[in-house]
Design a protein around this ligand. Structure first.
Ligand SMILES: O=C([O-])CC(=O)C(=O)O
Ligand SMILES: [Mg+2]
Length: 204
């Protein structure tokens, strides 16, 4: 199962396997450190400071999806809290990425569904602007299209284009095998400085 493999491999490995593309270059903090998850993106683009679109996207959410909530300009306004989380959990979301603030943090941290956000802030969102659902958005210079695969862990998030999932999965497996071999060598006392020829180049 590719989503499980991506989650286990983690953000750094998947990003490297993508040729260093797809990273969401913003600070995303997990409510529960140590969480790892991957799945297809289900996206809501909210109006500025408003979470009406979050209420709408709940009716579209399917099991295993990563809910992505963003607005035109990221700001510390709470788009998501424990009541909306209850709906996402019931719909079977695998995880939630909020490019804004969340609130009710202690309750969110207890859920089996992991949540990442830019900020924790109680500042309330309005519910007046329709916003857009199931549209492409850009977070940290990376475009995310509905159905693209997001991988999240303590490092943040990276995005794999839907059309590239199979080729990236092969590259992830190769990279994991290569890193396993290197880890074994470094654990026996060999130095990367020697193995990569850097000592010889530096003449040290
Ligand atoms: O109601 C909101 O706007 C966000 C919230 O606190 C919740 O979902 O519990
Ligand atoms: Mg609340």
């Amino acid at each position: 199962m590719i989503y499980g493999e991506f989650a286990e491999a983690g953000v750094a490995t998947v990003y490297e396997a993508c040729g260093r593309r797809g990273l969401l270059d913003v600070d995303l903090v997990p409510l529960r450190p140590g969480s790892r998850v991957a799945g297809p993106a289900r996206i809501a683009l909210c109006g500025q400071g408003d979470n009406r679109a979050v209420h709408e996207i709940m009716t579209h959410l399917r099991p295993g999806e990563i809910l992505v909530l963003t607005m035109p300009v990221a700001a510390p306004v709470a788009l998501f809290g424990d009541l909306l989380a209850t709906q996402a959990l019931t719909a079977g979301a695998a995880g939630v990425l909020v490019n804004a603030a969340v609130r009710d943090s202690a309750d969110l941290a207890k859920l089996s569904m992991p949540v990442w956000s830019r900020w924790r802030r109680s500042t309330g969102a309005t519910k007046d602007i329709r916003g857009q659902v199931d549209v492409a958005v850009t977070i940290g210079d990376t475009e995310i299209t509905p159905g693209d695969v997001l991988v999240l862990d303590d490092d943040g998030a990276t995005c794999v284009r839907q059309s590239e999932v199979d080729s990236v999965a092969l590259a992830v497996r190769e990279r994991l095998a290569k890193e396993d071999g290197l880890r074994r060598r470094w654990a026996t006392g060999e130095f990367s400085y020697d193995a990569y020829g850097m000592r010889a180049e530096d003449g040290s």
